[in-house]
Write a protein that binds this ligand. Structure first.
Ligand code: NCD
Length: 306
């Protein structure tokens, strides 16, 4: 039995297969509409979410399966003091696969250790967010036709942004990737990402503060929200929150084929005047997220479709 805790749980070849499956799903949705008939997905969300929970649930519904679960810790037995380990043992009796989001780093891993069904990490604290990374990789591959030989700018909260940590780890396995890490000093990538991923793999990267300086070089710009909920004090958040605002004017500095991605939710970091620019790909990214999560569910449940 297989879980998804980190984007590195799949080899580069396995990721290719997963994305090829997602392309087939995108092109032939009818072929897959009953492939999970009778199967159930449980979503255990101890932290707020719109996209990730509804996207993985939509993925299961599109495959003919059904969904159950909770969307906040307050409405689950966690509020009575139940451990994640006990909850997943219980859920294993109800469902065939589970998606977990938790504010504590490592909680989905604890669940996986006590589970008899596949567990998907749907975001653990400021640590990892592998299904978002699958979405991001699939979006980049679909838009650019490749995942290698590119300059990728990651901008905003690189310290607390789990989508950034997972995406850097995943993209570092492809050749010719150069990262431009754009953040204020206080929100630079954590040391463990720098040491365990970037330095270890001799990854080509630079750290800069000004978005305007980076923009002309980029093939992809990955914007992120300042992660309010992970700040220790409100004052620091208020000082940082509008540090970057991508607008129509700044987009003039970018290449004509540079795409803008964002895991969403957006706050102020992308002005709405960018939304109509053909290079704004963040809403298309949401749609790609459903296809790749459908492919993920089929793969983890070992459903073969001829
Ligand atoms: C991200 C997350 O939860 O980490 N959202 C998402 O799942 N699409 C990004 C964020 O909340 O800023």
């Amino acid at each position: 039995m297989r879980h998804l805790m980190s984007p590195l749980d799949f080899s580069v070849d396995e990721l290719e297969q997963l994305m090829d499956l997602a392309v087939d799903i995108e092109n032939n949705p009818q072929k897959y509409s009953h492939t999970c008939d009778g199967k159930k997905l449980a979503t255990l969300f101890y932290e707020p979410s719109t996209r990730t929970r509804l996207s993985i649930e939509t993925a299961m519904l599109n495959l003919g399966g059904s969904v159950l679960g909770f969307s906040s810790a307050q409405t689950s037995s966690a509020s009575k003091g139940e451990s994640v380990a006990d909850t997943i043992r219980v859920i294993s009796c109800f469902a065939d696969i589970a998606g977990i989001r938790h504010p504590k780093e490592g909680a989905p891993m604890v669940a996986a250790m006590h589970s008899s069904i596949p567990v998907v990490n749907c975001g653990d604290g400021g640590h990892q967010h592998p299904t978002q990374t699958l979405t991001d990789l699939f979006t980049i591959r679909s838009l650019k036709g490749r995942l290698s030989n590119m300059t990728i700018g990651l901008c905003g909260d690189l310290k607390f942004g789990r989508t950034v940590h997972s995406l850097i780890a995943a993209l570092s396995r492809y050749t010719g990737i150069r990262f431009v890490l754009i953040s204020p000093d206080e929100l630079r990538i954590p040391d463990y990402v720098r040491e365990d991923v970037l330095d270890k793999q001799h990854q080509d990267y630079v750290e800069v503060t000004r978005l305007e300086d980076a923009l002309p070089q980029l093939d992809i710009l990955y914007m992120t929200r300042v992660q309010k909920e992970r700040f220790f004090n409100e004052e620091d958040y208020v000082r940082m929150k509008d540090f970057y605002i991508l607008n129509e004017e700044k987009m003039k500095l970018a290449k004509p084929d540079m795409y803008v991605l964002h895991p969403l939710p957006r706050v102020n970091e992308i002005s709405v005047d960018v939304d109509d620019d053909p290079r704004a790909a963040y809403f298309r990214q949401v749609q790609y997220g459903v296809y790749i999560r459908m492919a993920l569910i089929l793969t983890l449940l070992e459903v073969k479709v001829c």
